[in-house]
Design a protein around this ligand. Structure first.
Ligand SMILES: *Cc1c(COP(=O)(O)O)cnc(C)c1O
Length: 226
């Protein structure tokens, strides 16, 4: 199946309130342009320099979502154009993003990455860690970042009930943070969850942003990238 057909098929499946992020990491510009030519404008990347190069090369109405682990020394490659950073996993990183955002005079939308999966995972915060950040005095001084919601990555498993529980958990964390910290903040509305193998469950459990790569662009070949 080609890229355009895949996008059309996914679009038929997803409700209007869910945004499809086409995850184009490792893929060449020609592939992104095929998606672009059938109207796709929202793309996701997980490497800052790769995203920067694609931003430079491709049409400027593309909305770039950064979904990978973000190292502080790479913030400079994304800060002046990124639409949303999904992977805030410490107060330190959030402060650093804020500092760069001040320099370019932007308010940058961010999500907290929550560790929802039952596997050993390197990144992501617990709900309590997020609460500690939101309660801190330092957080209140960060005027150039805006927290718009949460992001999570489900376990790699064939047991769809495990995945469903993880997504339910993320939705519950979103709701409790919304109630306690963001009740009067309409921009706190995003739940980023669901990839190629589990986006159908994610939508059922309340995802607003789904991140789909291989189902659109085909399997990734990591032997070709540096
Ligand atoms: C690569 C990636 C995706 C997309 O994965 P697919 O299984 O190819 O759909 C989604 N989210 C994150 C964080 C990723 O790194």
């Amino acid at each position: 199946m080609n890229i355009q057909q895949s996008i059309e098929n996914i679009r038929k499946e997803i409700p209007e309130n869910v945004t499809l992020i086409a995850v184009s990491k490792t893929k060449p510009n020609e592939d992104l342009m095929q998606a672009y030519d059938c109207g796709q404008r929202v793309f996701g990347e997980n490497k800052a320099q790769e995203m920067k190069q694609k931003h430079v090369d491709l049409p400027k109405d593309i909305l770039w979502h950064f979904i990978g682990h973000l190292q502080e020394n790479k913030i400079k490659y994304i800060i002046d154009y990124v639409t949303m950073i999904h992977s805030i996993d410490s107060l330190k990183l959030l402060k650093e993003v804020n500092k760069h955002a001040v320099k370019v005079n932007r308010i940058v939308d961010c999500l907290f990455e929550i560790d929802i999966n039952n596997e050993e995972s390197k990144f992501g915060l617990s709900e309590n860690e997020v609460r500690d950040i939101l309660n801190s005095e330092e957080f209140k001084e960060l005027n150039n970042v805006r927290i718009c919601g949460v992001m999570g990555i489900g376990s790699i498993t064939d047991d769809r009930e495990i995945t469903r529980e993880e997504f339910k958990n993320l939705k519950n964390i979103f709701t409790s943070l919304k109630n306690d910290f963001f009740e009067d903040k309409p921009y706190f509305k995003e739940i980023s969850m669901g990839m190629t193998h589990d986006y159908d469950i994610a939508i059922q459990e309340g995802a607003t942003l789904i991140r789909i790569g291989s189902k659109i662009f085909g399997a990734r070949d990591y032997t070709k990238v540096g």
